[in-house]
Ligand binder design. Structure first.
Ligand SMILES: Cc1ncc(COP(=O)(O)O)c(C=O)c1O
Length: 412
């Protein structure tokens, strides 16, 4: 459990606490994984992001002012009945085109529509992970994936990563050392670190995965949000032999509240995934699927993506300039080539938890990097993740000025 409670300030910032008493009363019922599961700090802080007087750099929420109006749906009653577990046929077809255009050629029979890509992670984990099985991840990595892996009782082992992705030599060594079931990668504009894999890394990693025949779990929700020239070929498309699953989402580019995402997989994996989906929730909400499908069928997606990219690129540039101006003398600022996040390494001995607390007192919410580090050995309090997606240019400037003064007050 994360205890972000500061002396005398508990009412200001207090995450969901599970007391020892709660645990004692339920311990004969709860699985060990449920007892040990940590709450997501991002979800906990969401309540602050929604307060109008707070400038939030913390969430992974897209800018709602850029969300298009929901399309009109003519025969709404046809979506009121139960539907197929795999998803609406028209949407599966559209998704298979989208994925194939990215360079990973798939049939619509290889597409499963899910309740967000988060559900894809859950289904895959249930499919392959037994308690004690090892999953390899980047360091840091997406915290809600860690929650899913931990819920299955899996052991997460991290592999050294930098701004061009996971280190292939380190990956090879980790596979040989831990004999993992799967490797989980976010190659494009990663959450939280913002990295984007180089082509050479993609190729080297695919070769290693093929040679060891482990499952590649490729998570790609940010790939349409690119602002610079990048080659973002899916790693799954470079495999020759190993099984793979590739996940995507409409959350970051359309309407996250509709919870429409997808999993595609190598043909042998697909039937198993569909059975887990049946057991999990029968099928994804038909209305949400139909709204997304109609928007795509009306031909509106490409132009909409251009609008989002242009807006977010402007915000990314404003944040990069503000960070450089305010903190460039004491920190290295890496502007991400896409996505929503800056990943900041704080000056030595500056605590992200303390910055969270002090900035919140000045109505700026930031997200400490700690929960994105899967392993305790590397647990570190020296990082912040900052999202530029939801604030106006003026509010980005304002919040970075506040944040910089807070960080400076903690240096030396
Ligand atoms: C890397 C990554 N994967 C998956 C998700 C889940 O997205 P959704 O379930 O909304 O599609 C997110 C959301 O922030 C994410 O950052």
């Amino acid at each position: 459990m994360y205890l972000y409670v500061f002396s005398g300030k508990a009412s200001m910032l207090c995450t969901t606490l599970i007391t020892d008493l709660d645990l004692m009363q339920l311990s004969h019922l709860l699985t060990p994984q449920a007892q040990q599961m940590e709450s997501s700090l991002v979800r906990e802080l969401l309540q602050y992001s929604q307060q109008p007087d707070i400038l939030s750099l913390a969430g992974g929420l897209p800018d709602e002012t850029l969300m298009p109006p929901l399309p009109d749906l003519a025969p709404v009653t046809s979506f009121a009945q139960y539907g197929p577990s795999e998803g609406e046929p028209a949407l599966r077809q559209q998704i298979s085109h989208i994925i194939s255009e990215r360079g990973l050629s798939v049939e619509s029979s290889q597409v499963l529509v899910t309740n967000g890509s988060q559900q894809g992670l859950d289904l895959i984990s249930r499919l392959v992970l037994n308690p004690g099985d090892v999953v390899l991840t980047e360091q840091p990595t997406y915290l809600a994936a860690l929650q899913v892996f931990q819920l299955q009782g899996a052991v997460v082992k991290t592999v050294e990563s930098d701004e061009t992705g996971m280190n292939p030599e380190a990956l090879k060594a980790a596979i040989e050392q831990y004999n993992p079931k799967a490797v989980y990668l976010i190659p494009n504009f990663q959450n939280p670190a913002g990295h984007c894999y180089s082509v050479a890394r993609r190729e080297a990693i695919a070769e290693i995965i093929d040679a060891h025949n482990i499952l590649l779990v490729e998570d790609d929700p940010y790939r349409d949000l690119y602002y610079d020239d990048v080659v973002i070929t899916p790693i799954a498309s470079l495999l020759n032999a190993a099984p793979w699953v590739y996940m995507g989402s409409f959350s970051k580019v359309l309407w996250p509240g509709l919870r429409v995402g997808y999993v595609s997989a190598s043909p042998s994996v697909m039937p198993f995934l569909v059975k887990i989906k049946q057991a999990s929730d029968l099928h994804t909400n038909r209305l949400g699927q139909s709204l997304v499908s109609t928007f795509i069928a009306e031909g509106k997606l490409p132009a909409h993506l251009e609008v989002i990219r242009s807006s977010y690129k402007g915000k990314r540039d404003v944040m990069a300039a503000a960070l450089e101006r305010e903190l460039g003398d004491c920190m290295t600022i890496h502007a991400p080539k896409g996505g929503m996040f800056f990943w900041l390494a704080l000056p030595e001995d500056v605590s992200s938890k303390q910055i969270l607390h002090d900035a919140l007192e000045q109505k700026v919410l930031v997200l400490p990097g700690t929960p994105f580090f899967p392993t305790r050995e590397a647990y570190t309090d020296g990082f912040l993740r900052l999202s530029f997606a939801r604030l106006s240019h003026a509010d980005i400037e304002k919040s970075i000025t506040v944040l910089a003064s807070v960080i400076r007050s903690h240096i030396g």
